[in-house]
Design a protein around this ligand. Structure first.
Ligand SMILES: N[C@@H](CCC[C@H](N)C(=O)O)C(=O)O
Length: 276
């Protein structure tokens, strides 16, 4: 299997271009993503043919589960398509399980350096996120974890997120509470968990615990969900810079069109051949 190792702000992927995914893709993802016995990554990403968009992307988490969407992987896939000239245009469409994403590349020396993605509308309905709550908006809902009461806002960007605002983001919060919230009975498909500290109306700091992966250095859809939750709860403007452990993303929630734009980098680190 020929692959490219890529990352979006340290959220790293093994990216392969194939005509279809193999039957054993779920176990393959676990093996490939293993940081000791495999290549090592947060996810395995396939670039596939599409009859609705320029290409299709499928993303498998390091535990072998498939996610509907991945913001950092969409940027990496767009860079791969542009840099390897699979489409000679800076405008690219990518089909995902959560819909079609339209992408605009900024290039330097014929290589994509920044990618702006229309991530589509945020889904706020409780049952659609999904959560167990039949409410149009699950905002600042209390959740008890390890004897602590926290408040989360549920947002789906195609995949589910629980955004929790805290006074100060700390590693212990993510590592101790992240895995418990991910599997909490409120969330029938499990959930990605963002812990967010508001710096001012234009900037937030976010640590993330990802469903099916664990802590990652960045999460594109998590940053989008955070931008939406922060604006929705009156904490920030509709455009924010989200500071993640791996770097920054710019998130704009265009409330008139009800779509979220994410802008950030994508990086190719090396290519190789896997014998797994
Ligand atoms: N890192 C991603 C999200 C990947 C999928 C997630 N773990 C899930 O299961 O929903 C991003 O950049 O959005």
């Amino acid at each position: 299997m020929k692959f490219s190792k890529m990352h979006g702000l340290g959220n790293d992927f093994v990216v392969v271009k194939e005509s279809s995914v193999p039957e054993d893709v779920f176990t393959l993802a676990i093996k490939v993503c293993d940081r000791n016995f495999g290549i090592g990554a947060d996810g395995l990403v396939y670039i596939l043919p599409s009859n609705k968009a320029d290409f299709m992307m499928r993303i498998f988490n390091s535990d072998g589960t498939e996610a509907e969407q991945c913001g950092n992987a969409v940027r990496c896939v767009a860079k791969y398509i542009y840099d390897y000239k699979l489409k000679e245009s800076t405008d690219i469409s990518i089909e995902t399980k959560a819909g079609i994403q339209h992408v605009v590349i900024t290039a330097e020396d014929n290589k994509a350096v920044a990618v702006r993605v229309n991530m589509g509308p945020p889904i706020l309905n409780g049952l659609q996120v999904p959560t167990v709550f039949d409410e149009t908006l699950v905002k600042e809902k209390e959740i008890e974890v390890n004897g602590q009461i926290l408040a989360f806002t549920a947002v789906s960007m195609g995949n589910p997120h629980a955004v929790i605002f805290v006074d100060k983001v700390e590693d212990a919060l993510v590592k101790e509470l992240g895995p418990i919230i991910e599997k909490h009975s409120y969330f029938p498909k499990k959930i990605n968990v963002e812990f967010v500290e508001v710096i001012n109306s234009k900037e937030v700091k976010m640590y993330v615990w990802e469903r099916g992966v664990g802590e990652t250095l960045a999460c594109g859809t998590g940053a989008c969900a955070t931008g939406v939750a922060a604006a929705l709860t009156g904490r920030t403007d509709s455009q924010v810079t989200v500071h993640l452990k791996g770097g920054d993303l710019i998130i704009e929630w265009d409330q008139d069109k009800d779509v979220v734009f994410m802008t950030g980098p994508a990086t190719e680190v090396f290519t190789g051949t896997s014998f797994l």
